[in-house]
Design a protein around this ligand. Structure first.
Ligand SMILES: Nc1nc2c(ncn2[C@@H]2O[C@H](COP(=O)(O)OP(=O)(O)OP(=O)(O)O)[C@@H](O)[C@H]2O)c(=O)[nH]1
Ligand SMILES: [Mg+2]
Length: 426
């Protein structure tokens, strides 16, 4: 039994007000959409959103993030609507939170704290729990003031105040110790995973990636009869699931489904999940799932691409899959998008429409990137066959007095090495 981890802000069913700013190069509409997403995030935790406030500014205020006058206006809304929490769409510095809280008589959090909270609620496996707690504590460390003491007490457990330390210094020390401990545990988990993946066979690997709520898990379930939890909420999936997918030519693909991305994903989370994501994305192809019914799917595509480049996977081949085709309002719009993305696939995972295209495309991609060939190895070179194994999958074997004949399938990049071996041991 794995213990549940604590959430940072505990905003269960609280009444909240959202705040965003329109900066240079942004339109008010963009910020309204961003606040809609923040609302969906807040609702994922069960919070009730009472109001949203937007301010136009050339830059955030260093001390209060928004203008002091606007804060006083928010204080009135909080009072009138009996809000319990104010959530800012941008990251706030520890000093800004302190200053804002001197004006607003309620809890003040930022988007990162909210996302960390959702991750904490959804973490199921031991690995996800360690990753999320580590991200939470790294976020918390510079913000450690009296308001967070409930958490540092839980973190500290049996910790005692050292000689000459203030309570805050003790808390920081305990949090640092816990971070070190979690880093060790994560390193161990990563090492175990690395050993397992070294043993992994040479099967073709595909990873479902994309913005949160795009329908990755629904597509995974539809393609492989898996039973990954799917839900109309953000970050339904945190743990990677890998399933075997058999194509029409009987070739097998290992398909993985993993955590979704979002705009301004806290960098502590990216850091904690880096190794799991790198593992899932160390695939032959990334299947980038897009919710075509989302009014800003193009911004979502950009966000996903930026995170991929942060994870050093922008070189990996990717296939764009537009999902939720059933919810697009007009056929004209669909045709327009199709002409903009001529190589993409269009389908509906929930309604099982067009899903076979994914299998067919994977099959042709595999055929392009793999070659099959028969080679012969002379018995006098004893172990030569073992040198082939890391480079290719053996499909068939036959013998005569002098030679071993192998039908092998290998990624094109191994071609040169295989030719060299087969010349050397003939
Ligand atoms: N209309 C429609 N809804 C879909 C389709 N595919 C998925 N959905 C819905 O979209 C929501 C999100 O689906 P998931 O499969 O959980 O999405 P995900 O990308 O795995 O999301 P996270 O794990 O949260 O990142 C669910 O309510 C699905 O039923 C589709 O083809 N059409
Ligand atoms: Mg999912």
């Amino acid at each position: 039994m794995i213990e549940n981890i604590n959430t940072l802000v505990d905003i269960d069913h609280e009444r909240c007000v959202l705040v965003g700013i329109v900066q240079q190069q942004q339109t008010r509409w963009e910020v309204i959409d961003h606040l809609d997403e923040l609302k969906a995030l807040a609702q994922t935790t069960g919070a009730e959103v009472l109001d949203s406030v937007i301010q136009q500014r050339t830059a955030p205020d260093a001390a209060y993030f928004i203008g002091k006058g606007k804060l006083e206006h928010i204080a009135c809304i909080v009072d009138e609507k009996e809000a319990q929490i104010v959530i800012f769409d941008d990251d706030l510095s520890p000093a800004q939170v302190k200053n804002i809280e001197s004006i607003l008589p309620v809890k003040v959090i930022d988007r990162s704290a909210l996302i960390l909270d959702i991750f904490a609620r959804h973490a199921q496996s031991r690995e996800a729990k360690v990753q999320v707690e580590l991200a939470q504590l790294n976020y918390l460390l510079p913000r450690l003031t009296r308001q967070w003491q409930h958490l540092s007490r839980q973190v500290g457990g049996i910790g005692t105040k050292g000689p000459g330390e203030t309570q805050l210094e003790t808390d920081r020390r305990l949090v640092r110790q816990r971070i070190a401990n979690l880093e060790n545990r994560l390193e161990q988990i990563n090492r175990q995973r690395a050993t397992q993946s070294q043993k992994r066979d040479t099967r073709f690997r595909a990873a479902l990636i994309g913005y949160t709520n795009a329908g990755k898990s629904t597509l995974m379930n539809c393609l492989t009869n898996a039973t990954v939890h799917t839900k109309n909420e953000l970050f339904a999936t945190l743990d990677t699931t890998v399933r075997r997918l058999t194509l029409d030519n009987q070739a097998e693909v290992l398909l993985s489904d993993t955590v979704g991305f979002i705009r301004k994903l806290p960098h502590h989370l990216i850091a904690s999940f880096r190794s799991t994501l790198a593992e899932a994305m160390n695939a032959d192809i990334l299947i980038h799932v897009i919710d075509i019914s989302h009014p800003h799917f193009e911004e979502q595509i950009r966000v996903v691409k930026n995170i991929l480049s942060e994870l050093d996977t922008s070189e990996t081949r990717s296939l764009l899959v537009f999902n939720k085709m059933d919810s697009i309002p007009s056929n004209g719009l669909l045709q327009q998008i199709k002409s903009r993305y001529p190589n993409a696939l269009f389908l509906s995972a929930r309604r099982h429409i067009g899903v076979n295209q994914v299998k067919q495309r994977l099959q042709s991609i595999m055929e392009e990137s793999f070659e099959t060939k028969q080679i012969k190895l002379n018995y006098k070179f004893g172990d030569a066959e073992y040198l082939i194994h890391p480079l290719a999958t053996v499909l068939d074997k036959s013998y005569d007095e002098q030679y071993l004949y192998l039908t092998i399938k290998y990624p094109r990049e191994n071609k040169e090495k295989i030719l060299e071996l087969s010349k050397k041991y003939v």
